[in-house]
Design a protein around this ligand. Structure first.
Ligand code: UD1
Ligand code: UDP
Length: 364
């Protein structure tokens, strides 16, 4: 079976790495699975893309669609047109997409319109907030998906409620966590660890990139004021996503305990998270990693598509009102944050389970 593995944006790379590794292991035992790695080019800076290929040993993409940035429709359209050309030139038997970015949705549409089966890794998760572009991507992708590889029982239930046949749902665990567990021993301090005099359990890490938090300079400024205030003088390390950088350049306030840095490498970023007093974020993936690393996590969003990080893990939904940040940070500072546990099947074996299932599928 010929599989196209699609990746386009930062969180996709951590999700595909263990799947590729597992396929290669099967190939070395004589498996007939073949894959072609398609990078859409949605993220293209070395710090948002190329670096992760080196860090977590992903092979060079076979094809790069080089779509670059654009509006939602521009990006969707470009990816569809360019991926369709690839498929018309050489079809695959299965298009495997991961996560919820625009590349995920656009490639699913292009494949399905050519009657190619679609597999969705991380299928079934829902924020139930249709104002978020990712929710549109999830809904559209899942309507087109033939094989759902899910990360949680909640995702399974969402799919069943939507009328998906139980035979199409495979509860395998979380490939992003496969990558974390596989690399845990390789996590390493960044060069600025000593420069900033960072001490374990005595600093915060922040990541923010959701349009509703970072596209307005006033909103971003008030979030950062509350976060730096809540840290009560402790350093706050803020690797700045390119979307956020544009807004931050227009901010007139500065905060002495805020240390902005470029988007970080995976091994150094997760080292920081693993040593932090707490993480403040609007990322999806970071809430999962903080849960597994057992670090208090404050999510600056009103909804999450990953409820298990709250019900089982260390994550709490704080919302986007800046006034709600300090009381939550006070709890972290006072050592009163809840203890978490590891969600079911987040055991480092999700990709192995996926590939075992792929071996048994008969799609061509
Ligand atoms: C995208 C995903 C989001 C995911 C995030 C992960 C969608 C709709 N959004 O958001 O779900 O959480 O990636 O990081 O798919 N830019 C650069 N260099 C790059 C990439 C982007 O400078 O390598 C800048 C461009 O100005 C671009 C902006 O960042 O317009 C936003 O990039 P885009 O991919 O559209 O969305 P993200 O906010 O990154
Ligand atoms: N990450 C990273 N460097 C950073 C910030 C995040 O390597 O400076 C990693 C993080 O460990 C996780 C992934 O990027 O594996 C999450 O991606 P992001 O927050 O961009 O997207 P989301 O998960 O919100 O879609």
């Amino acid at each position: 079976m010929k599989i196209d593995i699609i990746a386009g944006a930062r969180p996709n790379f951590m999700k595909i790495a263990p799947i590729i590794k597992a396929i290669r292991e099967q190939q070395s035992k004589g498996s007939a699975l073949e894959f072609r790695l398609v990078h859409t080019g949605q993220h293209y800076d070395k710090a948002m893309s190329g670096r992760f290929f080196e860090e977590v040993s992903i092979p060079e993409p076979d094809i790069n669609l080089e779509v670059g940035s654009g509006t939602q429709a521009e990006q969707t359209g470009s990816i569809m047109v360019r991926y369709e050309r690839v498929l018309l030139d050489q079809r695959c038997d299965l298009c495997l997409v991961v996560g919820d970015v625009t590349s995920t949705m656009a490639c699913s549409i292009a494949a399905k319109k050519l009657n190619i089966k679609v597999a969705h890794v991380e299928g079934g998760i829902r924020s139930f907030d249709i104002t978020l572009p990712e929710e549109v991507n999830r809904l559209v992708t899942d309507v087109l998906t033939d094989y759902f590889f899910t990360t949680s029982e909640v995702a399974n239930q969402n799919l069943l409620k939507a009328g998906v046949s139980a035979n199409a749902i495979f509860f395998v665990g979380n490939t992003m966590i496969d990558t974390l567990l596989a690399n845990r021993a390789r996590l390493a301090p960044p060069a600025f660890w000593n420069d900033l005099n960072l001490v374990a359990n005595n600093f915060f890490v922040v990541t923010l990139h959701r349009p509703s938090n970072v596209d307005s300079v006033d909103k971003l400024t008030s979030l950062l004021s509350e976060i730096t205030g809540g840290a009560a003088g402790l350093p706050v390390v803020f690797p700045v996503h390119p979307r956020t950088r544009k807004t931050l350049q227009g901010a007139s306030t500065s905060w002495p305990n805020l240390h902005t840095v470029d988007p970080m490498g995976y091994l150094e970023f997760n080292y920081l998270v693993s040593k932090a007093k707490g993480v403040i974020t609007d990322s999806g993936g970071v809430t999962e990693e903080a849960t597994v690393l057992d670090i208090p996590c404050l999510t600056l969003r009103n909804s999450t598509e990953r409820p298990e990080t709250v019900t089982t893990g260390t994550n709490e939904l704080i919302g986007t009102d800046p006034k709600r940040i300090r009381p939550a940070m006070d709890k972290v500072m006072g050592g009163q944050w809840k203890k978490g546990a590891i969600p079911e099947k987040w055991d480092g074996r999700a990709a192995i389970r996926i590939v075992e299932i792929l071996e048994k599928l008969s799609v061509n």
